[in-house]
Design a protein around this ligand. Structure first.
Ligand code: ATP
Length: 226
């Protein structure tokens, strides 16, 4: 399954925020979206989830134009989103937070999702009964990644997954994302800095003031084909 954005334009309060963004993420590819604060990374993510309204352009998933599809229907396609600010509910447990997408959407199998997530991140099984407010910032990022994976079995959108996370935990999160390669899952990772690990990303698009100015090929196999 491939994701394709063509000439996507988004304005917020009449100010142009995305000025014709085109990018594609291949099946099973891990793609970076790199840019400074305010460059438009979160707006790209919100456009893909359907939360930001486009003024022009198209979003295609596996060749189908989904530009006008409701966000909850996109979750059913297997899109998972981890927002930059984590958005955990402090009074709910880690497990309840991860089940939220399934509670909101009948077609998402929460139990099956949890099994997958606990298998991938056993540390989340240990944290499951704890209230989210008792977690460190890095642990909250892990829980938010787990939650994104409950719905996101085809396309995972991760907004600054390493920001403010201590190096050991950042390494762990990076390893978890890299280990998804066998799942055929496409991943788009927004970061303000270049990658923490050379095997995390296969390509990265650089965004500046709402425009993709460059695409770097990182994976040596892909680079050989370029
Ligand atoms: N709701 C909003 N109202 C007004 N301006 C907004 C709104 N949301 C985003 N913007 C503006 O759009 C631009 C892009 O924001 P966006 O959050 O997409 O950038 P970003 O690259 O994700 O940066 P950051 O990492 O700081 O979140 C910024 O200049 C921001 O001020």
């Amino acid at each position: 399954m491939t994701l394709k954005l063509e000439n996507v334009q988004v304005s917020i309060q009449a100010a142009p925020i995305l000025r014709g963004v085109s990018l594609d993420v291949g099946a099973g590819e891990r793609m970076g979206l790199i840019g400074r604060n305010g460059a438009g990374k979160t707006t790209v993510m919100r456009t893909i989830t359907g939360l930001a309204k486009m003024a022009a352009g198209t979003v295609k998933w596996d060749g189908e134009d989904i530009s006008n599809m409701q966000p909850r229907l996109r979750a059913r396609l297997g899109f998972g989103y981890m927002p930059e600010d984590r958005r955990l509910v402090p009074d709910l447990t880690v497990e309840e937070n991860m089940l939220l997408p399934a509670w909101a959407n009948d077609e998402i199998d929460g139990r099956k999702g949890l099994e997958f997530v606990y298998d991938l991140m056993p540390e989340l099984a240990n944290m499951a009964p704890r209230k989210a407010l008792l977690l460190s910032g890095g642990q909250q990022k892990m829980a938010a990644l787990g939650r994104a994976l409950i719905a996101g079995r085809k396309l995972l959108l991760l907004d600054e997954p390493f920001e403010g996370v201590a190096p050991a935990l950042a390494r762990r999160i990076s390893d978890v994302i890299t280990s998804l390669k066998g799942e055929g899952l496409s991943v788009l990772i927004a970061q303000s800095e270049l990658s923490h690990s050379s095997d995390l990303l296969q390509r990265e698009c650089v965004i500046e003031r709402g425009e993709i100015i460059r695409v770097n090929v990182i994976d040596p196999v892909l680079a050989g084909k370029a």
